[in-house]
Design a protein around this ligand. Structure first.
Ligand code: PXG
Length: 295
């Protein structure tokens, strides 16, 4: 039998089938917690420091005191990967408010729960990357910046899940959320970019989008390749008429969008700039300088 993956919970390692948290954990009861989705490529954890920084910013915003310093958290992630002999991996780092009673007051939770899941990830190129995906604008507005904003990578993902359900029942691959003013915000777990007259545009974080680590890397790559990248409000009209549209995210990497609400983008094929960025990104993630080595 294949050996079970080990999961880190609060200083101990448990086989996947026995990796459990209390039903009194406020991460479960109230979605009170923060997380990161991270990837390792060929023995290097891509932009791990940036992910850890973002985790601590999310925690700081919700006044969750992570009980270990950042350097220790990096060590925990690397150690979990080593325990599982992983070189290419999907890493899920979760810090919940911890165990409390059946009231939402976080004061009742003395100790946050730290969970590190490192699992395998399929690396082969999917059809989505070659042909592009279909998407729709969802009726579900992104949580506003003066509420449970997605700038915080919290355990509250119902906003994204509602949008994803709409995509599922409509038979398209992905959903795109608008902000409360009607501007384009982001995909359910991806940032969004459009190309217009050779320039690249993406919504600013004040639409309530997560400041994506892949998006940041892609903006750096695009500028290096000589493209202008501009953060500005994007209307649905601009999206429908864009020359190219693509998503970025840790899980998605870069994915071209070929159709939105039945409007074809770029004749339904991935655009040139999108493809250039996909190639550059595929090289970037293999660069040891872009992350922290596991071994
Ligand atoms: N927006 C939102 C709302 C996200 O959740 C992104 C943008 C892209 O950010 P990064 O930093 O990944 O480029 C995300 C990322 C999962 C999973 O398992 C979710 C994300 C990333 C990885 C895994 O659901 N969300």
């Amino acid at each position: 039998m294949e050996k079970e993956l080990l999961v880190y919970i609060d200083g101990k390692y448990y086989p996947k089938s026995q990796a459990k948290v209390s039903v009194y954990d406020h991460g479960l009861l109230y979605g009170d917690g923060v997380f990161e989705g991270i990837r390792a490529y060929n023995g290097v954890v891509f932009r791990l420091k940036e992910h850890i920084d973002r985790l601590y910013r999310s925690a700081h915003t919700i006044m969750l005191q992570i009980p270990v310093p950042k350097e220790e958290m990096i060590k925990i992630v690397l150690e979990t990967l080593r325990k599982n002999n992983l070189k290419d991996s999907y890493i899920r780092l979760v810090v919940t408010r911890g165990v409390g009673d059946l009231g939402l007051n976080p004061k009742k939770c003395p100790k946050p729960t730290i969970i590190v899941i490192t699992d395998t990830i399929a690396l082969h190129k999917s059809e989505a990357k070659e042909k592009g995906v279909t998407a729709m604008l969802s009726w579900v507005k992104r949580d506003p910046v003066d509420a449970t904003t997605h700038e915080i990578k919290s355990l509250n993902y119902l906003n994204s899940i509602l949008a994803k359900i709409e995509a599922n029942i409509s038979g398209v691959d992905e959903a795109i959320c608008l902000d409360k003013n009607g501007f384009i915000c982001e995909g359910v777990a991806e940032n969004i970019f459009i190309v217009k007259k050779g320039k690249i545009f993406t919504p600013p974080s004040y639409t309530g989008a997560l400041p994506g680590i892949t998006a940041e890397a892609v903006m750096q790559l695009a500028r290096k390749l000589g493209y202008e990248v501009i953060e500005k409000n994007i209307t649905p009209y601009e999206l429908f008429n864009a020359e190219e549209v693509f998503f970025t995210g840790t899980a998605a990497e870069i994915v071209p969008v070929r159709e939105i609400n039945k409007r074809t983008i770029n004749n339904g094929v991935p655009g040139l700039i999108t493809k250039k960025l996909m190639d550059a990104f595929a090289k970037m993630v293999q660069d040891p300088k872009e992350g922290i080595p596991i071994y």
